[in-house]
Design a protein around this ligand. Structure first.
Ligand SMILES: [Zn+2]
Length: 181
């Protein structure tokens, strides 16, 4: 049961805490707002551009950014200009994949596209797992697509690791943040 409202849970965290649909959406929104604040991604003066896409990560990012804009006074813009921020839907899964792949290749120092903020690019879903992003999309009844990829060696590797270490992706991204950010 959801501890807060005694309703049927829709999600269980790795620490076994369970939450209902409403509490999950609250948790998700709060965590994205926290990510934006923690990494100083945007403030009330920001113009934020989000590329149009039907992919579930961008669809969810668009939904959460609308909430951020209404709270902060920042603006979403449809046309990319010189001084706007570019929001991309990179999740913990994608970031962890890039970090692990470049470890395999032995080229950690060349690591690109893995920071929460890189020049004008911001990644508000940095601390969210794909499973959480998908669940958010379903709970809010958002329309989205998922591009199916062939399972890579990386995915096979992480799937088998995650059975024993459910925090694997978070740990990879957190270690990276501690070392480099
Ligand atoms: Zn609840």
């Amino acid at each position: 049961m959801c501890k807060q409202c005694e309703l049927k849970p829709v999600y269980e965290f790795t620490n076994k805490r369970k939450v209902c649909g409403n509490c999950f959406i609250n948790y998700f929104n709060k965590k994205v707002l926290y990510t934006i604040r923690k990494f100083k991604m945007a403030d009330h003066t920001s113009l934020i551009f989000l590329k149009r896409s039907e992919e579930f990560r961008e669809i969810v990012l668009g939904d959460v950014l609308k909430m951020f804009v209404s709270k902060s006074g920042a603006q979403l813009v449809k046309k990319k200009t010189k001084n706007c921020l570019i929001a991309v839907g990179d999740s913990t899964d994608l970031i962890a994949e890039r970090i692990i792949n470049s470890m395999f290749e032995g080229s950690l120092e060349k690591l690109n596209n893995v920071k929460p903020v890189e020049a004008k690019v911001i990644r508000p879903l940095y601390l969210m797992l794909d499973t959480e992003i998908l669940l958010y999309a379903k709970l809010k009844k958002l329309r989205f697509n998922i591009t199916k990829r062939k399972e890579s060696k990386f995915e096979y590797f992480t799937k088998s690791m995650e059975e024993k270490h459910p925090e694997l992706k978070h740990s990879v991204v957190n270690s990276y943040l501690e070392l480099f950010i």
